[in-house]
Design a protein around this ligand. Structure first.
Ligand SMILES: Cc1cc2nc3c(=O)[nH]c(=O)nc-3n(C[C@H](O)[C@H](O)[C@H](O)COP(=O)(O)OP(=O)(O)OC[C@H]3O[C@@H](n4cnc5c(N)ncnc54)[C@H](O)[C@@H]3O)c2cc1C
Length: 358
């Protein structure tokens, strides 16, 4: 079994930020590896633009090999399928075991899937992105009516990106559309969706898929053959089996230093972690990067740790599929092409910052 001083598991937003910092300034001492399921990290913020035909695939992904080389970190391309918190060991899907003195988890989450009876409906989850894009390409070759499950930012952006590409589109949300965002943003999003012919069904939780029907409250609410899953992040099942202290949803409970509450040798950040006040969104994961980089450096050098405090508000910028975007900030909302150009500038800046040559 190979042993490392530190293994970063998953190329999520925070780990990309850590690697970038180590590429630009001195990295901590020791044998360090990044374990990633793929050779690239896809940037979810640009995915709707990719689907709308505004970006190429290369615009939306960060190649990990040059970033790791610049950070002097070993890249291991393999999927983690188990973790022992007590033994600090990671089990890979190819059967290998890796051990480490310190571990950091940034593996995101998976998309929720309703129970399905029969095989009349094809289901496609928006994550992992590489699988989703391959599945969508096949669907795109033969457009058919489509239903999207999930009324959060991802569901809204996907519906607006795909509305012109399918003969009929329905968007189902368990509660209200964009719950947790301000009322103005909710109304603007509804207006855009209706204008593009999207049938929006709020407060309509889909309990199961029965042959070619979506069932809510024992009533068939949509009939078709294609369902896109874009509802909230669910914890990866192996986290709850690792021995780590997890919340009710199976997400790893952490404290302000970003360390596991039960196993301080292990850090967790982004969607896979549970910390009061931190939301499951890329924005929060990005903001955890500087504190994580400092704390991983601190534990490897025996220095004091820093505290992360989640921001109370975050800016929402939702792509409308036509080059524009909707903006939500506190109680305020706006929309138009100007915000779309701003979003593009921010998104392209994220990719540029993490792209290293050589
Ligand atoms: C269409 C869409 C649009 C979105 N737009 C935005 C937006 O504009 N702004 C925003 O803030 N949020 C947005 N989100 C939400 C955002 O994608 C997530 O909240 C965010 O990606 C979580 O980041 P993370 O750092 O936790 O990990 P992720 O970005 O999810 O990265 C996890 C990484 O871990 C890897 N991984 C997973 N499992 C394993 C494993 N077993 N072994 C090894 N590696 C593994 C994955 O390959 C991936 O590289 C959007 C989501 C979607 C679906």
């Amino acid at each position: 079994m190979s042993h490392y001083d530190l293994i970063l598991i998953g190329a999520g937003h925070a780990h990309l930020g850590v690697l970038r910092r180590w590429a630009l300034v001195e990295r901590p001492p020791g044998r360090i590896a990044l374990l990633s399921a793929g050779h690239d990290a896809w940037y979810s913020g640009m995915l709707p633009g990719l689907l709308a035909g505004r970006f190429s695939a290369d615009d939306c992904r960060i190649e990990l090999a040059p970033l790791c080389r610049a950070a002097k970190v070993e890249l291991i391309v393999a999927e983690a399928q188990g973790l022992s918190a007590a033994q600090q060991q990671v089990e890979l899907a190819d059967g290998r075991m890796l051990g480490a003195s310190w571990l950091s988890l940034n593996v995101g989450g998976q998309v929720a899937q309703p129970p399905q009876q029969g095989a009349d409906m094809q289901l496609l989850a928006v994550k992992p992105f590489a699988d989703f894009l391959a599945g969508w390409q096949a669907w795109q070759a033969e457009p058919q009516p489509l239903a999207i499950l999930g009324g959060g930012a991802a569901g809204v952006e996907l519906a607006l990106a795909l509305a012109d590409q399918v003969p009929q589109l329905a968007l189902f949300c368990a509660g209200t559309l964009l719950a947790g965002h301000n009322a103005g943003l909710h109304l603007r999003a509804l207006g855009h969706l209706r204008q593009r012919g999207v049938q929006v069904r709020e407060n309509c939780p889909i309990e199961r898929v029965d042959e070619d029907c979506l069932i809510s409250g024992e009533v068939p609410v949509w009939r078709g053959h294609r369902l896109l899953l874009a509802s909230g992040a669910q914890a990866l099942p192996w986290l709850a089996q690792s021995g780590l202290s997890c919340d009710q949803g199976g997400f790893v409970q952490i404290g302000a230093s970003l360390q596991s509450l039960s196993h301080p040798q292990l850090f967790a950040v982004g969607d896979c972690a549970s910390l009061p006040g931190a939301r499951k969104s890329g924005v929060y994961s990005v903001r955890q990067a500087p504190v994580l980089a400092a704390n991983l450096n601190a534990v490897l050098r025996g220095l004091p740790l820093r505290a992360y405090r989640p921001q109370r508000q975050s800016l929402a910028l939702l792509a409308t599929g036509d080059g524009g975007a909707l903006l939500g900030w506190r109680g305020w909302s706006a929309g138009g092409q100007f915000y779309g150009r701003w979003k593009d500038y921010l998104d392209r800046g994220f990719i540029r910052r993490h792209r290293f040559s050589g």
